[in-house]
Design a protein around this ligand. Structure first.
Ligand SMILES: [Zn+2]
Length: 460
């Protein structure tokens, strides 16, 4: 079992792509030469006669380059590790530049800073045209660039993030582009805790990060309402990965297995990735942790009226309430609670603007008093669980903005808050054997940790 904790996986993927620079036909050069004067202004100092050829090539692409370079993506963490590969042959003539991507930077701006010109931008961009990584610079990323004494580009290392580096060089005078990616080395660890007041407090005490706590709540959120069902003495055990690079922890990885004991009832979940690469959490018997229906079709809402008999505020009489009302701000997105097909999307008497979804043969859900519909959810459209179908409003007989939600099984109204929801698809038959084989060690591990006071250090 301790093998499981020390098991380290290291994989380095190298995608080697060699691209031969294309030559621009001589005929085009005359045409291209028209741009020469414009380029001469943007590129200072003025190119010499001998450099005319380089500059004309640059002119041909500088416009498109400028367009693609303006696509910037929000900041990602900077790579600060030394790139072991960036030690080209010792040569007094070579100059190394290390430069950081600034806000609004483009490859052109970076190259200008270190004295490279538009031709270099063109060549490099062309080498990267498949992935277009150089058009997606983020502030904080770094470049390591080597140039010769007469400022000819020799190599470029673009550190995208801690695991990815784009390398452009010419080891044997042929330009080459490599996307070097390193995989994190996952190490398995665990955390366990007993709840006194809230899951977040207990998880924090157990040293579980906020994001792992959210994951934990999400995994069990289909069975346990973490706002209402939690009791003092509930407990959890979580087996998860920490991701390392060169012996240093970078971040937490996935939860591999977890147990939550709520009011004496144990819920277990294990992560399984099938041969098609799909990952999901399953109970130990292979049933999905997810349900075919969301318990609530609106986030950040409060239940303002429950299922059953109540005094109707507008009709002023006792009436049976056939659904649940969720008070939420006007415009709050309303989500399809399960996969299905929209069979109604129109006004419907007191319900106002209404959407009805048919889920298979047995289930039907209704969403009333909508302010508006989602454009992508038309009558007859297929919708996925969680897909936005409309927005909270107060159309029809409503005193204020809220969603009226109904859940029908074989035509009869059921309480959406208590109806037993069917599970999402279980593990596929063809993966069952593999699932058992992979999940058993994790579940065994979970049991051992849950039942003993074994110290974490015993595993490391
Ligand atoms: Zn209602």
């Amino acid at each position: 079992m301790s093998r499981l904790f020390t098991n380290r996986i290291k994989m380095i993927t190298n995608k080697n792509i060699t691209i031969q620079l294309e030559k621009i036909p001589h005929l085009h050069w005359m045409f291209i030469a028209l741009f020469l004067s414009a380029i001469a202004i943007t590129l200072s100092p003025m190119p010499s006669e001998a450099e005319a050829n380089r500059t004309t090539e640059a002119a041909a692409i500088s416009d498109s380059e400028r367009i693609t370079m303006s696509l910037l993506i929000p900041s990602a963490p900077t790579s600060i590790e030394k790139d072991a590969l960036l030690h080209p042959k010792q040569n007094e003539q070579l100059k190394h530049h290390q430069t950081k991507v600034k806000n609004g930077d483009t490859l052109t701006a970076i190259f200008n800073r270190i004295g490279l010109d538009a031709r270099d931008v063109y060549n490099v961009t062309k080498l990267d045209k498949k992935n277009k990584l150089l058009t997606k610079l983020s502030p904080g990323q770094t470049f390591d660039i080597t140039v010769s004494a007469n400022n000819e580009l020799q190599s470029l290392h673009y550190h995208i993030d801690k695991t990815k580096t784009l390398i452009i060089n010419k080891p044997d005078n042929n330009w080459q582009v490599n996307l070097e990616s390193r995989n994190y080395e996952p190490r398995i660890t665990y955390s366990k805790g007993v709840i006194n007041s809230s899951l977040f407090e207990a998880a924090n005490e157990a040293g579980l990060s906020e994001s792992l706590t959210m994951d934990l709540a999400y995994i069990f959120g289909w069975d346990i309402d973490f706002a209402l069902d939690i009791r003092q003495g509930d407990s959890f055990v979580v087996l998860y990965e920490e991701l390392f690079l060169e012996g240093e922890k970078v971040k937490d990885g996935n939860i591999l297995a977890a147990e939550f004991i709520n009011q004496g009832k144990s819920y277990k979940a294990v992560r399984y990735t099938d041969s098609d690469g799909k990952s999901n959490y399953y109970a130990d018997d292979g049933t999905s942790m997810r349900k075919a229906f969301l318990r609530s079709p609106v986030d950040f809402s409060r239940i303002s009226s429950r299922f059953g008999k109540r005094h109707h505020p507008i009709l002023n009489k006792i009436k049976s309430h056939k659904g649940v009302d969720y008070a939420a701000a006007r415009g709050t997105p309303v989500k399809a609670s399960g996969d299905g097909k929209i069979i109604w999307r129109a006004r419907k008497g007191g319900y106002g603007k209404t959407v009805i979804i048919q889920h298979g043969n047995r289930y039907r859900t209704l969403y009333g008093h909508l302010n508006s519909y989602s454009r992508n959810a038309r009558s007859g459209s297929r919708v996925k669980q969680g897909q936005i179908i409309g927005y909270v409003g107060s159309t029809g007989r409503a005193t204020g903005p809220h969603l009226h939600y109904e859940f029908r099984v074989n035509g009869s109204h059921r309480n959406p808050l208590t109806v037993k929801l069917p599970s999402a698809a279980p593990i596929h038959k063809k993966h069952k054997e593999d699932f058992v084989e992979k999940s058993n060690p994790l579940l065994t591990q979970l049991d051992i940790i849950g039942n003993t006071n074994i110290a974490l250090s015993d595993f490391q």
